[in-house]
Write a protein that binds this ligand. Sequence first.
Ligand code: ADP
Ligand code: ASP
Ligand code: MG
Length: 444
Amino acid sequence: MIIMKFGGSSLANAERIRHVVDIIKMHIDEKPLIVASAMGDTTDNLLEAVDRALSGKVCIKEIRKLHLATAEELEVNTDAIKELFDELKNLLSGISLIKEFSPRTKDYLVSFGERLSVRIVAGYLNRIGLEAKFFDAWDIGFTSTAVHNDGEILDESFAKINESLGHLENNYAFTPIITGFIAKNKNGNITTLGRGGSDLTASVLGAALHAKEIQVWKDVDGILTTDPRIVKHAQPVKNISFEEATELAYFGAKVLHPRSIVPAMSRKIPVRVKNSYNPTHPGTLILSRLDDKDEMLRVLTFKKNVTVVDIVSTRMLGQYGFLAKVFQIFDEQKISVDMLATSEVSISVTLDNKGNGIEGLKSELEKIANVNIKTGKTMITMVGNVKRSSEILERTFDVLNAGNINVQMISQGASKVNISFIIDDDEADPCIRELHKAFFENDR
Ligand code: ADP
Ligand code: ASP
Ligand code: MG
């Protein structure tokens, strides 16, 4: 069997759903299990509906219109989705009444997008005579950690998923359509896997069922050499290793959820990133082993709006005690670090938590160090063959020099597939374009 995951842009309207169903039909002999995201921008629209509810206005007009129009155009019975609209409206009325929006309520609220979507896709498949069943992920064993908004799938889910759907391998009686992105925790509350989490759902499902392949269908021809919103002519990458894919997702490439590769990697299940708008394009194949290791750079990625914290020891503690104390403070403040550079008396780190808790961190660190916090930075990461790091760095610094751009921090990951450096946000776009030119747009 194979897993086919379709993102929001692949399911934006009735026409796109028809295309998706054509793609599913082409793969029907491979016994596909389908993971669906919310339609189009529904997750964002749900979050906007909350902002309105908090200021006293309950309105789900846009969400209702998109889903009803789609279901009607596809001639799907609308009872199941209307029930969800009622539940959603009640929830928003509650929020507007008590003017409170907890992380738990947020997860419950955004879950409506995926729940609506699977009901429409399954309804349409059945209507055209292809037997399908929709599942909310918790019905088939997706249990996550109790942490809200960005939960992990618990190990015990793998066996439960196998129990629920493993039998389809030998007796494929219907096409399962499963909600991406959501799960329940052990207390029975709905949780999510973080934005873009449907990729992770697909990977967990593939790993649990030992699928032959996990296909992630998007609106681009695979993983591209960089973000096409910055470099329009970015090119698809044919093959990439699990390790490289993990790093590029973690270091900001929006194309994959940061933790989505891990389950597939642990069972060596190939992941293919495909374009539902261009289904004959081969896309990108993510594999455990690559034979074109000679390639210097595979992908250029970046994270904007990063905070850098420079921590310089006041020498109250010895070097060993200083490092230990600094990391103890990060641990106590529950702030995780992305990138790190140290010297004997100073440490620079970047933070990925959008500044949450930074004041508490600063006041604790100031007990042992001088602390300087700098915001508005961009971390650029070069993912590729770090065995050739000197060549990569030489070419990179040529570009930076020519553009008069100063690197403020640099680090080479121990995984040997990435080099990251920090520059100012306002230098980021031109820098990415020039680096892309230097690495991917000439025949050097
Ligand atoms: P979906 O939600 O349909 O699964 P996403 O929107 O999450 O898909 O991811 C696809 C988008 O990621 C693309 O439309 C593109 O704009 C963006 N993107 C950013 N960096 C890259 C990259 N290196 N390669 C491909 N797409 C990228
Ligand atoms: N619908 C969710 C989001 O927009 C999950 C996903 O698309 O994977 O983040
Ligand atoms: Mg996504």
